[in-house]
Design a binder for this molecule. Structure first.
Ligand code: NAD
Length: 241
């Protein structure tokens, strides 16, 4: 079988880096797009293709993808992972902040998908994986914009699955609960978020990026061609779908 190729957004750190490394470990050729250089990720993956670009900017997405295609010649897997999750009281959420969250978490997956689609179609096989959140189920009061954006991403996942099924492309979402990444530690974690989620969980420990890997690999697996439009809730029993 030809070598599969994958593109992960937000691959500089956190879940994106974990996903990129896991896919490389499975034999995929991997590229990553992030706002910042992905030095650590590149150090862990042989022949990693690093693109520094803003996934909310259509031109940067197009140019970045052209570099990836130049290297790989084709593309099979897109992981829409880049995301922001600011916390604020609803009353303090400005229209600017609302739009920023929507652009990164919802519009960027649309822009990325639109850009990669001709290549996945040409390959005749594809997997699109959107990283949503169990916040859609737990509905935290200080993350209204975030929860709305991830609920939108789940709707996007379902409808897109219907649209792309005929091309041999599956579209699924993964919804983690709180995961110990540096950003989560610094933001939601600083307000006792980990303790709060842990108290709701059936699994008595904090989720780590590695806890999402088997689900990602399952979704992109050759044998998962009948799994599409689904949201896989990986939340340690803190929320049920
Ligand atoms: N960590 C958690 O607790 C948690 C829980 C549920 C869902 N998620 C989701 O998982 C994803 C990753 O979370 P994380 O904790 O690893 O985040 P993170 O902040 O560690 O990593 C996100 C990466 O995305 C990049 N990024 C942000 N905006 C970008 C843009 N406009 N263009 C290009 N790159 C951009 C950042 O530079 C960063 O490297 C997000 O979509 C998040 O909503 C995280």
């Amino acid at each position: 079988m030809e070598t599969r190729t994958a593109l992960v957004t937000g691959a500089a750190q956190g879940l994106g880096r974990e996903f990129a490394v896991a896919l490389a470990g499975r034999g995929y050729r991997v590229a990553g797009i992030d706002l910042v250089p992905q030095t650590e990720t590149a150090g862990l993956i042989l022949d990693y293709v690093e693109v520094v670009a803003d996934v909310t900017d259509e031109t940067q997405v197009r140019e970045g993808l052209a570099r990836v295609i130049e290297q790989f010649g084709t593309l099979h897997v897109l992981v829409n992972n880049a995301g922001v999750y600011p916390e604020s009281a609803f009353e303090d959420t400005t229209p600017e902040e609302w739009r920023r969250v929507m652009r990164v978490n919802l519009e960027a997956p649309f822009l990325m998908t639109r850009a990669v689609l001709p290549h996945l179609r040409a390959a005749g096989w594809g997997r699109i994986v959107n990283i949503a959140s169990a916040a859609v189920l737990t509905a935290p009061p200080t993350m209204v914009a975030y929860t709305a954006s991830k609920a939108g991403l789940i709707g996007f996942t379902r409808s897109l699955a219907s649209a792309l099924g005929p091309y041999g492309i599956t579209v699924n979402a993964i919804a983690p609960s709180m995961v110990r990444t540096a950003t989560a530690e610094r933001t939601v974690g600083a307000d006792g978020g980990f303790e709060h989620v842990l108290a709701q969980q059936a699994v008595p420990r904090v989720q780590l990026p590695g806890d999402l890997v088997s689900t990602l690999l399952y979704v992109v697996d050759e044998g998962s061609g009948f799994l599409t439009g689904q949201t896989l809730n990986v939340a340690g029993g803190s929320a049920y779908l």
